[in-house]
Design a binder for this molecule. Structure first.
Ligand code: ADP
Ligand code: MG
Length: 740
């Protein structure tokens, strides 16, 4: 951010001693500190309810001093001061130790009965009394001499900062004051254009910072927060608008539908009729592809809503027009599955060069990191020569060596596992025409409109809302892990399904009991923010597979395993054995999470279900009930009533509506997790904005931002805005520069 003082080092300004602990919170510059907003505001009159203190917790409480006594300790020598503070009913004891009475005099003189203050420390239980030992504290109005000033101070809302044990909130407050008080308007450049501030009656940057850091009233900080929140929304939306404008300015190639080609042949051999939604979205996409401006579209739809067919039709339109299409999947299992699905759907249309191919055919090839050198060389050749109309792959497709003859369309499946940068990397590999390929992003995670606007603001959004007819319903139950009758029933149900010719998935959070577990971060990436569940050893694939094999109720049932530590050949084989029924029970990690399609699968058992996020469980559940057999999802969990985990599981059991689940998910998760998963670290710049709560504000800021970018795409007239956008777009790089 521009402004001469913004980047100034705190160490220079405050000295090493004061700046050290701030650096521990990641605050290095004036800007860092001023953007470290209070998390909440304590009302000076309102005391903390002391019944809620739990031993071991680090707390900051607002309380009134009731009495203080100093006595000597015969056993240990030295003196002990005990101050008792109260919330009006309960008491909390503060203890201070000293060598001699003089060493405690400071505390004695300050902690006088009737004084209000904030006390911070770790709660201990000592002989039945809750206490804080050597708490750090700040008394209300203690730093002003005259009474009138003290009175004003005593009524001001008290900012409470995200703090650490080493750095209590009032030390942060003091540092903020030291930095903020001498600043003048001209020291900071405001990213919000002046005309916008005037029109919307928003305070300028410096004023807003004063309002949130040093409010006199609750209205003050609310006004300050609103402006800063607006700023976040506006900068974000301006960044997205500029991105859009830039992408639109780069030339693409129009790939209009050509009659009598692969697409028509495909439609003619489709064994079902497209749903109304598929037709509608298909028309939108066809029109996008026919334009020279590169398409940037997000296609969202429930698991099983038929996105693959829609994407394939788009790919065929491009191939008909002489281009190639790439389909990017988040895992090898999925890439392989996509390859199989596309080849099946296309039949002879995908057999170009082979005996029995259709007259007009193309080639669909696979490119992954773990395939053999020969297969890889062939695939690379097919891509660069143009022989392959469709290339399916994983991250390996992003490699430098991969070149296309004429890449016209990139389809990214399950966007939430891909960063924006990766998307860009592939788009820049367009082939000789140096054109930007069209982009279609598919996600099965339903994204509420406001999130789509925030995270994918540079994409147009299409939704498939209906599930093709004939799909069976899925019933969901939560099974308490410690209830032996219920867990026994779970495996008995699995047996019944297997006997009826169906299949069961059993999902575990880990591969094996040892530490290094490649699939564990798949879990971590989607894990709920607050870990409110008592830690217990997590169930592991290998161990569970062995246990199930030994269960009498599953006697004679072949059990397969699948996880990320297997070679891709072994993974393929495991999937194939499950699909054709050789191993009707598959114990696996979440590698089966997205897209895997085995229509006979009717049971999904998730172990340690409390460890999974709501959207992840919803995805897993989508693996069953894909055929005509009704599905059953059993969530075996240890989730005490009242925890977030219990809420998640109960919500999941109560509905299969993905949009309803997404809304609950957003409320339960920390915002950073929601945004972080999709935009790789960018969430760090969203401090006050909440995508659900601030939906209206975001929509308003979006309108404004688009208008400013339309007027002047380079934003030359608003350098502070341009700089804020750059910072937003590359926070990691920015951090790197700061550290260098
Ligand atoms: P998604 O990728 O959205 O999860 P898919 O495209 O894999 O869904 O479709 C799920 C299943 O439904 C596939 O077996 C597919 O062939 C089938 N399908 C797709 N569209 C239709 C339709 N209009 N009618 C019937 N079945 C369909
Ligand atoms: Mg799919």
């Amino acid at each position: 951010m521009v402004g001469s003082r913004w980047a100034e080092s705190l160490e220079r300004l405050l000295g090493k001693r004061a700046a050290g602990p701030l650096a521990g919170l990641g605050l290095h510059t004036v800007g860092d500190l001023l953007r470290h907003y209070p998390r909440r505001y304590a009302a000076p009159g309102r005391l903390t309810d002391l019944t809620e203190l739990r031993p071991g917790e680090h707390v900051t409480v607002m309380a009134e001093v009731r009495r203080a006594t100093v006595r000597s300790m015969r056993s240990r020598g030295g003196v002990l001061m005990e101050a008792v503070v109260t919330d009006g009913s309960r008491e909390l004891s503060l203890t201070f130790f000293g060598k001699h009475p003089g060493s405690l005099r400071v505390h004695e003189s300050r902690l006088r009965p009737g004084r209000l203050g904030m006390f911070t420390g770790t709660v201990r239980l000592y002989r039945g009394t809750v206490q804080l030992t050597h708490p750090d504290y700040q008394l209300v109005g203690a730093e002003v001499d005259d009474e009138a000033a003290a009175l004003v101070e005593a009524t001001r809302p008290i900012p409470v900062y995200p703090a650490s044990a080493a750095l209590p909130t009032w030390r942060i407050q003091r540092a903020v004051r030291t930095v903020l008080d001498p600043l003048a308007e001209t020291d900071l450049a405001d990213p919000l254009p002046g005309e916008l501030l005037t029109r919307l009656r928003l305070p300028g940057l410096l004023e807003a910072l004063r309002l949130v850091h040093e409010p006199y009233t609750d209205d003050d900080w609310r006004r300050g927060q609103r402006r800063l929140r607006y700023e976040e929304a506006f900068v974000l939306q301006a960044a997205l608008a500029r991105r859009r404008a830039e992408a639109a300015a780069r030339p693409g190639v129009a790939r209009a539908a050509v009659g009598g080609g692969l697409l028509d042949a495909f439609d003619a051999r489709l064994p079902f009729t497209l749903t109304a939604g598929q037709r509608e979205v298909g028309t939108e996409i066809a029109a996008d592809l026919a334009a020279e401006q590169p398409m940037q579209r997000l296609l969202q739809g429930e698991v099983g809503s038929g996105k693959t067919v829609v994407a394939l039709r788009a790919m065929l339109q491009v191939v008909d027009a002489g281009g190639q299409a790439a389909l990017l999947a988040p895992t090898e299992v999925l890439a392989v599955q996509h390859l199989r699905t596309l080849r099946e759907l296309l039949g002879p249309l995908a057999e170009e060069g082979m005996l029995g191919a259709a007259e007009r055919a193309t080639r669909v090839v696979l490119l992954t990191g773990s395939q053999g050198a020969a297969a890889r060389r062939e695939a690379l050749l097919d891509a660069v020569s143009g022989a392959a109309g469709i290339v399916v792959g994983t991250h390996a497709l992003l490699g430098e060596q991969v070149q296309f003859a004429d890449l016209g369309l990139v389809v990214v499946d399950e966007q939430h596992r891909f960063g924006v940068e990766q998307r860009d990397a592939l788009r820049s590999r367009g082939g000789p025409r140096d054109a930007v390929p069209h982009l279609l992003v598919m996600t099965a995670t339903p994204i509420p409109r406001t999130v789509a606007m925030t995270v994918f603001g540079d994409l147009e959004v299409s939704s498939l809302t209906e599930i093709p007819a004939g799909r069976a319903p899925v019933t969901t139950h939560v099974v308490p892990a410690d209830n032996e009758v219920w867990t026994a029933r779970t495996w008995a149900r699995v047996r019944e399904e297997v006997d009826a010719g169906r299949r069961a998935y059993v999902v575990c959070p880990r591969i094996s009991a040892d530490a290094a577990d490649p699939d564990a971060d798949l879990l971590a990436a989607d894990e709920p923010g607050e870990d409110d569940v008592p830690a217990a050893p997590l169930r592991a694939v290998e161990e569970v597979a062995a246990e199930l094999a030994a269960l009498p109720v599953l006697d004679g049932v072949a059990i397969g395993t699948l996880h990320g530590r297997m070679t891709s050949a072994a993974k393929d084989e495991a999937m194939a054995a499950f699909a054709d029924g050789r191993t009707p029970v598959l114990v696996s990690t979440t590698v089966i999470e997205v897209g895997v399609d085995v229509t006979e699968a009717s049971v999904m058992v998730v172990l340690d279900a409390e460890r999974f996020g709501l959207s992840q469980l919803h995805q897993l559940r989508g693996r069953v009930g894909r055929g005509t057999d009704p599905g059953l999802c059993l969530l075996v969990a240890r989730a005490p009533e009242g925890t977030d985990a219990a809420t998640r599981l109960a919500t999941l059991a109560s509905t299969t509506d993905g949009f309803a689940l997404a809304a609950v998910d957003l409320e339960l998760r920390r915002e950073g997790d929601v945004l972080g998963a999709s935009q790789s670290g960018r969430s760090s710049s969203l401090r006050l904005l909440r995508v659900v709560r601030d939906a209206d504000l975001i929509a308003e800021a979006r309108e404004e931002a688009r208008a400013f970018v339309a007027r002047d795409p380079a934003l030359a007239a608003w350098p502070a805005l341009a700089e804020a956008i750059d910072e937003w777009l590359a926070p990691d790089e920015q951090e790197y520069l700061d550290r260098a």
